[in-house]
Design a binder for this molecule. Structure first.
Ligand code: AMP
Length: 560
């Protein structure tokens, strides 16, 4: 091995090993990310053989985080972020407090000082962006209400992490019990005000200047017609803004990238920008998991089994329970609360940054650090299982003949039942639903749309289409659509899991109404049929059929 190329060897060995182990574990039906983490363990300093450069691995992981958060920002408007503030802010604060108290309690039983215990608890409190977003993306949940809440929650945790990094040094003396003359408030107030001021300046600058300049730049490049330049522009913007934000405003890379994406989300080029970053984003996200694996010292399982179990308990159950409770208190449905708590039942990069600082300030013992690192890798490994369990719990509930009693009794329940009869109920008025809807209206078929996107609802109202606002899976929605008297239900939303919930609820209302749903894979078709859909259309099949039809007709252009 040429030792003069640590960057190349870290990337190459990391990707190759992650590929081999990822493919191997997938064969035994385990999530590939477990393979990526194992690749990191193999490349790490605690196992024999090749040892990669940890610093380089961490930096590569940061690029993965930047691209991921940029991608999320592209799907997120300021309105989306604002709309979840009421739950994301108190939710994250309560959960961080709960985790910190539990961590401190564990530290106390292990004989640590109060300061060390609190530091340990804080390190357990924030979830990993990469793990959460991957889980959400895999389930196509990012664009749903649950996804928006989870992302809002992440942003609050991110800002909390930035503030903690600033506040810890001036607080370290007090937490270590060294400050005799009490706390110097001015020493605390100044860095806090500075940090908040910098974050606010960055946000304002992005919203006022960035919002104009960045979309303009991207449009300009798009018009040059060069794909290569466009791709380059997307990377330059995402990485450049993230880096600039970190250097100039002390904002985390993740937050900087998120804002860069968010101000582009209003541009019609955002879809294209998102697809340009996908391949690199996925490759770097893999390196994130490798870098986490490298930190893991497997001997801790034998040396500290009980403290490790307690740490895992806090991350998996303690944090989840706190998140579940607060989401429910805010009146959200059981499934939303379970999804949020499952997505937060892990820790990652924020914890590593916090423990590094904790160790440098003597606020974290080596033992505490090892427990946090082991807790991270194990909970990241368990996260897909956690979600699988959640899917099963929710599927059981969906299959129940009656609507789940714990669904939020929203005002929608009291929605008046539509007077329409012999109508078609259409769920979702996006790319698929709008085409269906237009055709039905042209054929004078009575139509009722259920849609949860405020922009689309507004448009439908202007066009005098009957519409019920909200998530069709929520209690009372299908009843309000008078499904029992309808001629059919069309579920035209992309998320087959949510589609399954809607289909199951519709079947509980009427055993005879024809239900047609939309899917993207054979598994989704089976899932939807299992819940009672009469027919499921898979977009990819229909595209293939249309292509064959066109070529067989001598590629005559079809009427659009
Ligand atoms: P598209 O993926 O372009 O076909 O868009 C799907 C549309 O369905 C979007 O306008 C979403 O707002 C809407 N949608 C997705 N899930 C639901 C749901 N559970 N209830 C109502 N509308 C939904």
């Amino acid at each position: 091995m040429n030792h003069n190329t640590p960057l190349i060897s870290t990337i190459v060995v990391g990707l190759v090993l992650a590929f081999i182990l990822g493919a191997l574990v997938q064969r035994v039906r385990v999530s590939p990310l477990v393979g990526y983490l194992l690749a990191g363990v193999v490349m790490g300093p605690f196992t024999p053989g090749y040892v990669a450069d940890q610093n380089i691995a961490n930096e590569l992981a940061e690029i993965g985080i930047i691209l991921l958060m940029f991608g999320v920002g592209l799907h997120f408007s300021l309105k989306d972020l604002w709309s979840v503030r009421a739950i994301a802010l108190p939710g994250a604060v309560v959960q961080i407090t709960a985790a910190t108290v539990m961590g401190w309690a564990l530290g106390w039983t292990l004989g640590w000082s109060t300061g060390k215990g609190i530091m340990f608890g804080i390190a357990l409190s924030t979830a990993s962006t990469v793990v959460l977003l991957r889980a959400m993306q895999e389930r196509r949940l990012i664009d749903t209400e649950r996804g928006r809440i989870a992302v809002g929650w992440l942003i609050v945790e991110d800002i909390f992490c930035v503030l903690t990094l600033v506040m810890l040094p001036p607080l370290a003396g007090l937490m270590n019990g060294e400050t005799a003359g009490g706390l110097d408030v001015s020493a605390l107030a100044w860095p806090l005000a500075m940090t908040l001021g910098k974050v606010a300046t960055f946000v304002v600058l992005m919203l006022v200047v960035g919002r104009r300049v960045i979309p303009w730049l991207l449009h300009y490049v798009a018009h040059t017609g060069s794909r290569e330049l466009f791709r380059l522009a997307v990377f330059a913007i995402s990485l450049g803004v993230a880096f600039g934000a970190a250097i100039l405003f002390d904002v985390s890379f993740a937050l900087g990238a998120f804002f860069a994406g968010m101000i582009l989300s209003e541009s019609e080029l955002s879809q294209r920008a998102a697809s340009e970053t996908l391949p690199l984003r996925d490759a770097f996200a893999v390196l994130f998991f490798v870098s986490v694996g490298m930190l893991f010292d497997p001997s801790i399982i034998i040396k500290e089994p009980l403290p490790l179990l307690a740490t895992l308990f806090i991350i998996l159950f303690g944090k989840s329970l706190a998140a579940y409770a607060i989401v429910r208190v805010f009146g959200y449905s059981n499934s939303t609360a379970l999804t949020i708590s499952a997505s937060l039942a892990q820790i990652g990069e924020f914890s590593f940054i916090l423990i590094a600082l904790g160790v440098s300030l003597s606020l974290m013992s080596e033992r505490g650090r090892d427990l946090v690192l082991a807790g991270s890798i194990i909970t990241i490994m368990l996260n897909p299982l956690w979600f699988a369990l959640l899917d099963r719990v929710l599927a059981d509930k969906e299959g129940a003949p009656k609507a789940p009693p714990d669904e939020k009794p929203a005002p929608r329940v009291e929605l008046p039942v539509s007077p329409l009869t012999n109508h078609v109920v259409l769920v979702g008025y996006g790319r698929v639903g709008s085409v269906v809807g237009r055709a039905l209206r042209a054929g004078n078929v009575p139509l009722l749309v259920i849609e949860d996107n405020p922009g689309t609802i507004e448009r439908l109202r202007q066009e005098s289409v009957d519409v019920i606002t909200g998530n069709a899976a929520a209690q009372g929605m299908l009843q309000a659509a008078n499904l029992a008297a309808a001629r059919g239900l069309l579920v035209a939303i992309p998320d087959a899991f949510e589609g399954g919930q809607i289909v199951a609820k519709a079947r509980a209302i009427s055993t005879s109404v024809p239900i047609i749903a939309r899917a993207h894979s054979e598994e989704e078709i089976a899932h939807l049929k299992h819940h009672g859909a009469n027919s499921v259309i898979m977009g990819e099949h229909e595209i293939a059929k249309a292509m064959v039809a066109q070529i067989c007709m001598g590629a005559q252009p079809l009427a659009s």
